[in-house]
Unconditional design. Structure first.
Length: 164
């Protein structure tokens, strides 16, 4: 029962990560390519394309953190555990704890920033006039996803399940 629920959460997070990252990068790529083509072939330039690309980089950086935990690809100390085998489990646990602490900060402060931008009617992007709270909302969302993903990895580690 518990195993099925964990698999469902894992698949759901994976679906959100993969598709949101795919769509965001595809949009940025299409907008950037359209801007280059238009600028080279016509006197038209999409003045807002840089803003779209910057916001996509912001989005993919934070949502990509969750995907990196899934793939066990976050930056961590791995030279020391290779030299001293007994340090692998404690350093892995420390790494997971550090990620969880970071994720809690992202939820707390990301929520505060989102609410602050929500309450500020002038907090809009420079060219597209999109409310900034929309982008700040990625921070607590990423924090929650990071917490769930890290807990799933911790459970895999404790149970001795192979990393996928």
């Amino acid at each position: 029962m518990m195993q099925k629920m964990l698999k469902r959460v894992d698949r759901s997070l994976g679906f959100v990560e993969d598709w949101s990252l795919f769509i965001a990068v595809a949009v940025a790529l299409l907008v950037a390519m359209a801007n280059v083509v238009l600028r080279k072939l016509t006197p038209i330039s999409l003045y807002w394309s840089d803003e779209v690309v910057k916001k996509v980089i912001f989005f993919t950086t934070y949502i990509g953190c969750s995907a990196a935990v899934r793939k066990r690809a976050l930056i961590r100390i791995d030279a020391l555990p290779q030299m001293v085998k007994g340090l692998k489990k404690p350093l892995t646990a420390f790494s997971h704890l550090a990620v969880l602490i970071f994720a809690v900060f992202m939820v707390r402060y990301g929520w505060t920033m989102t609410v602050s931008a929500w309450n500020d009617p002038f907090a809009r992007t420079a060219t597209l006039e999109i409310p900034e709270w929309f982008f700040y909302a990625v921070l607590p969302l990423m924090g929650v996803m990071l917490i769930l993903r890290t807990l799933l990895v911790l459970i895999e580690d404790w149970r001795g399940l192979p990393a996928e």
